[in-house]
Write a protein that binds this ligand. Structure first.
Ligand SMILES: *[C@@H]1O[C@H](CO)[C@@H](O)[C@H](O)[C@H]1NC(C)=O
Length: 185
């Protein structure tokens, strides 16, 4: 048939095909499909860490890598690292007032280690959630670790409390340690 399809059909076709169009076409605005799966990931993440954000934009920012957007979690990660170290040091001294400086420093170093933080981030599902540029691996340790630190920092800002961030740090730490112990059996 030579009759061209009615415009409404063309529009429908475009709508259905839009997720498969090249990136240049999608660059005009965020694709609704991928943004709703990002939101679903953020909802799961809040359930897993046992913390519901008052300002979900903070969580979105924490789960955005610098390769993806100028609005990313790097500044939050600075706070998250400090909060994690403070929680670890406080935990060591609360358990033993006489803990030596070397024991306490070791706790701080462990809390800051990329390996531990990437393991906790992977366990909580960050690689499937964090937004990265297409050439960046969402499961690379520095990416996962940065996002996990940003998550802890985002909780601190959202709750206006490093205690709340420390709680989430401990929960993640315990979850990841439990899963490592199960895996070792
Ligand atoms: C954050 O907490 C501090 C110290 O408790 C308080 O002085 C400040 O008003 C709080 N800020 C907000 C925005 O709630």
């Amino acid at each position: 048939m030579a009759t061209p399809p009615p415009p409404i059909l063309l529009c429908l076709l475009l709508l259905v095909a839009s997720p498969f169009l090249p990136r240049a076409a999608a660059a005009a605005g965020p694709a609704p499909l991928s943004s709703s799966s990002f939101d679903a990931g953020l909802a799961k993440l809040q359930a897993r860490i046992g913390y519901a954000f008052r300002a979900p934009d903070l969580l979105r920012r924490a789960m955005t890598h610098a390769s993806y957007s100028r609005e990313n979690g790097r500044a939050l990660a600075v706070l998250g690292l400090a909060a994690a170290q403070s929680a670890a040091v406080l935990g060591a001294l609360a358990a033993d007032n006489d803990a030596t400086a070397s024991v306490v420093s070791r706790r701080a170093t462990e809390a800051a280690s990329e390996a531990a933080c990437a393991a906790a981030g992977t366990h909580v599902g960050i690689p499937a959630i964090v937004r990265v540029a297409s050439r960046t691996s969402a499961s690379a340790a520095p990416v996962v670790c940065g996002a996990l630190r940003a998550l802890i920092g985002a909780v601190a800002v959202d709750a206006n409390s490093t205690d709340a961030a420390g709680d989430v740090f401990w929960r993640l730490h315990v979850l990841a340690a439990a899963s490592a112990a199960t895996a070792a059996i």
